[in-house]
Design a protein around this ligand. Structure first.
Ligand SMILES: Nc1ncnc2c1ncn2[C@@H]1O[C@H](COP(=O)(O)OP(=O)(O)OP(=O)(O)O)[C@@H](O)[C@H]1O
Ligand SMILES: [Mg+2]
Length: 393
């Protein structure tokens, strides 16, 4: 009998053995939650001492596309999940067919990891998204016919905005990505929102308050996150309904990050679905009753879902590697940042920094969201992750 369907409320230790494909920061935070919940983790990642591997203590050193390593992982755990999307979903499907539990399911992963198939599925579900077409990147005529401004998106492998090109006019077409892609309408969004949704194996579903993702003009990387989003209550409720409808329509199990555009007319469109814990949900560690990582574990191990209520407003910034500096990290400004009340710092334990690499994040709690935002701005000015040591004065 699987642990998920026991009728007696009794678990051996560990409560569940979790396999995590990908040993990055999301995996690291998942492992920390797992340990608290009485679970153990095995991480599959090719980098020795990966951020998640350091914390779990058990790492299989191999690529996520290595079939033998995946088999080895499957043999050691009760349930497999992932902290990255660029995995061979077919290989995972074979492992699942042999009786190993993988959540979210390999078939859903395969659909979501291809942005074209993802949008086609959302459209079939009646979920509003930006109008799109599949495109042959060599055919600029097709771009022109669709009309500018538009956004080209690589079907596979993009993250942190790397597979995304915004084109305002035909002159921008020379920047197009030479890979299988879709193009979609450029949406002049008043705000970008995200809703974290968790759905259990028995289909119970819960959402968190929408958060507001602020981007710097012209850059696709998250600049600051504000939780909750500064939007009318009806809009927040509609965003939560839409996000829940999306995950339910996809029949997803586990945690999902639903990215949304709120247009200037007040319309909500789903931008994309992440089948995993999400950067926009890191604030839940400090600010919510149950954080997104524990919530994911509860869902995939068949434990009851936790409360999603937010206890206090939060602002979050990512700590990116300083431009022009690579190598073993040096953290400047830590003491000054930690002297500000409400500041929590998370470092991901990456051995080397590189320009704009995600090295950590900071969450700032304050009863007043504007104060939290101001403090987060202060922290951003104070903390710098580079590799050069400054000689002390
Ligand atoms: N149709 C659109 N209209 C306007 N802006 C867009 C559109 N699509 C994407 N963008 C901008 O580009 C950003 C990145 O796009 P998207 O989320 O699809 O890519 P991604 O590579 O998966 O990014 P991430 O990993 O950061 O979520 C969005 O957050 C948004 O700011
Ligand atoms: Mg995105």
């Amino acid at each position: 009998m699987s642990k998920q369907h026991r009728s007696v409320d009794q678990y051996p230790y560990p409560v569940s053995r979790i396999g995590i494909i990908g040993g990055g920061q999301l995996g690291r935070m998942l492992v920390k939650s797992a340990k608290r919940l009485g679970c153990t983790c095995v991480v599959l990642d090719p980098t020795p001492g990966s951020p998640a591997g350091q914390v779990s203590g058990h790492q299989i050193l191999a690529d996520s596309h290595d079939p033998d390593a995946l088999q080895l992982l499957a043999a050691q755990v009760d349930v497999i999940t992932f902290d990255i999307e660029d995995i061979d979903a077919e290989m995972l499907a074979t492992i699942a067919a042999a009786g190993h539990q993988i959540l979210p399911s390999p078939s859903l992963l395969s659909e979501i990891q291809d942005k074209l198939r993802q949008k086609q599925r959302l459209t079939r579900l009646g979920i509003p998204t930006a109008e799109f077409v599949e495109v042959d990147p060599a055919d600029t005529e097709q771009f022109a016919r669709f009309g500018y401004p538009l956004v080209q998106k690589a079907r596979r492998g993009g993250y942190d905005g790397r597979g995304v090109v915004v084109m305002h006019s035909a002159a921008d077409a020379k920047q197009r990505l030479p890979v299988p892609s879709l193009i979609e309408r450029f949406i002049p969004a008043a705000k970008e929102l995200a809703v974290i949704v968790v759905r259990a194996q028995d289909a119970e579903v819960r959402s968190y308050e929408p958060v507001e993702m602020c981007f710097r003009a012209g850059e696709n990387i998250l600049d600051m996150l504000l939780a909750p989003a500064r939007i009318p209550v009806e809009t927040a409720a509609a965003a939560r309904r839409l996000a829940i409808e999306t995950v339910t329509g996809l029949d997803g199990v586990g945690i999902f990050g639903i990215e949304l555009f709120l247009t200037e007319e007040g319309e909500l469109l789903v931008n994309e679905v992440a089948p995993r814990t999400h950067n926009s949900g890191h604030y839940t560690i400090e600010a919510c009753i149950t954080d997104q990582f524990e919530q994911h574990l509860r869902a995939i191990t068949g434990l009851p879902l936790g409360a999603t209520d937010q206890l206090i407003p939060a602002a979050m910034i990512n700590l990116l590697g300083a431009p022009g500096e690579s190598g073993p990290p040096v953290i400047r400004g830590l003491r000054a940042a930690l002297a500000i009340p409400g500041v929590s710092v998370h470092f991901y334990g990456k051995a080397d920094t590189r320009p704009f690499r995600k090295m950590g994040h900071v969450t700032v709690l304050d009863a007043d969201i504007e104060a939290a935002r101001r403090k987060a701005e202060q922290v951003r000015a104070l903390i710098e992750i580079g590799s050069k040591t400054e000689s002390s004065a």
